[in-house]
Design a protein around this ligand. Structure first.
Ligand code: SF4
Length: 227
């Protein structure tokens, strides 16, 4: 294909899109129309029994997050929080032992989350980002690059978090508020599949979408070209 895929800029009406109905339309950058081989290759992965079952249960869970699905016309009526969604999906998959990797800044939330998971019957292993108490100097951080300049500071160790949960034998992990990049390393090193309960946003109460919801007003500056 000549162009990068740009679904986020697709101007075709949703019901008429190539990804929604056979023979539908899509722009020159449409991956459904122009990246068939890639899509086919991805589809073959769902043939692996473990992946197939994971995808099947995730899809069933997705549907069960709405009420009135038999009503026509269908009007979306969401009925489950993400917390309920995580618990229900974990039960569907038959998981008994969950992992919780969280940021020290969300200690109180992590404690509540562990309580909820345990109340729902899951054995839960939790591990904080500062696990190991390794000084930031270990990864070449200078004093001026610390959060609290001039003080000793433990590094966040997402790889340490992943390895602790790997060792604990968790079957499914839940991330809570890891920093950008730290979360990436956790995904890379965790053996069990991982979902995100909440993404950290220090300014917006861990609701990063608020910056987009106010992009035409208070956060307009973010949509301006920096060139
Ligand atoms: S897959 Fe094609 S039709 Fe669907 S949103 Fe992307 S560009 Fe549009």
């Amino acid at each position: 294909m000549e162009k990068l895929p740009e679904c986020a800029k697709c101007s075709v009406k949703p019901a008429e899109r190539a990804c929604r109905r056979e023979g539908g339309a899509g722009p020159d950058s449409c991956p459904t129309r122009h990246m068939e081989m890639v899509v086919e290759k991805a589809l073959a992965r769902y043939g692996e029994p473990e992946i197939r079952e994971f995808a099947r249960q995730a899809s069933i869970q997705e549907a069960q997050c709405y009420a009135g699905r038999d009503k026509k016309p269908f009007v979306r009526r969401p009925v489950k929080t993400r917390l309920e969604e995580i618990c229900e999906f974990s039960h569907k998959m038959g998981y008994k032992k969950l992992g919780l990797a969280y940021c020290a800044g969300l200690q109180s939330e992590a404690s509540r989350l562990q309580k909820v998971l345990e109340a729902d019957g899951f054995q839960t292993a939790s591990v904080i980002c500062k696990v190991g108490c390794t000084p930031k100097e270990e990864i070449g951080i200078a004093d001026a690059e610390k959060v609290r300049i001039g003080e000793p500071e433990s590094m966040c160790s997402p790889i340490g978090q992943a390895e602790v949960l790997n060792e604990a034998g968790t079957e499914f992990n839940v991330l809570l508020g890891l920093c950008v990049g730290h979360d990436s390393l956790f995904f890379k090193y965790a053996k069990a599949p991982t979902t995100v309960f909440a993404a950290k946003d220090r300014v917006l109460g861990h609701n990063p979408l608020a910056a987009l919801y106010t992009l035409n007003s208070y956060y307009e500056r973010l949509s301006r070209s920096k060139g």
